[in-house]
Design a protein. Structure first.
Length: 192
């Protein structure tokens, strides 16, 4: 019985992801998912058309250090937040994060950087090992389905810059290729 429930959950998540991809340009789309036979487990996921100039939607995600990262709390820090959607096995993401690492000391007290895995197999231990092996100084978190759908994070290397007023100032969907200078340009745009 438990195996069937797991299968239903996986199928439901695949359906939600497929619908999010299909309707990614439509704002305000709500997808309700219900696990067969369990009326108590209906959840809603909203796929937003997130664009530069929009207010960033609220998110809540646990970092691998056990802290809760919520946009509303990060907003109170009075510094911008940069979201980077990644996976531990992505070589392009690793290269981009290494490029960022080379300039990060210039920005570490000015911008909160949060790397969020879109891979459901990336647990806290895998992400922590990846962080340590590469010497990444940023916060890492395992993404939850609501955040991933809301931020339309269906591609590795999806990036959002959110200023201290919670407005999206930078958005890019590109896998790999960001140089240290590209990172400077993106991060400086958030500080202007």
């Amino acid at each position: 019985m438990a195996d069937k429930k797991v299968i239903y959950i996986v199928v439901a998540l695949v359906v939600v992801a497929a619908l999010a991809v299909l309707f990614s340009g439509i704002t305000g789309l709500t997808v309700n998912v219900r696990i067969k036979g369990d009326a108590q487990s209906t959840q809603s996921y909203v796929a937003s058309g997130i664009n530069v100039g929009n207010k960033a939607p609220e998110f809540s995600v646990a970092t691998i250090d056990g802290k809760l990262a919520q946009l509303s709390d990060l907003d109170k820090r009075d510094i911008p937040t940069f979201l980077y959607f990644t996976a531990s096995w992505c070589p392009f993401c690793r290269q981009e994060l290494l490029q960022l690492k080379s300039i990060y000391p210039e920005y570490q007290n000015k911008i909160l950087f949060l790397a969020v895995s879109i891979d459901p197999n990336d647990n806290e231990q895998i992400l922590n090992n990846w962080k340590i092996q590469n010497g990444f100084p940023y916060e890492f978190a395992k993404g939850d389905i609501n955040m991933l759908v809301t931020y339309d994070a269906k591609s590795l290397g999806t990036k959002y810059g959110i200023d201290k007023d919670a407005t999206i100032t930078f958005k890019e969907i590109r896998r790999g290729g960001m140089t240290a200078q590209d990172w400077r340009n993106a991060l400086n745009s958030m500080l202007a």
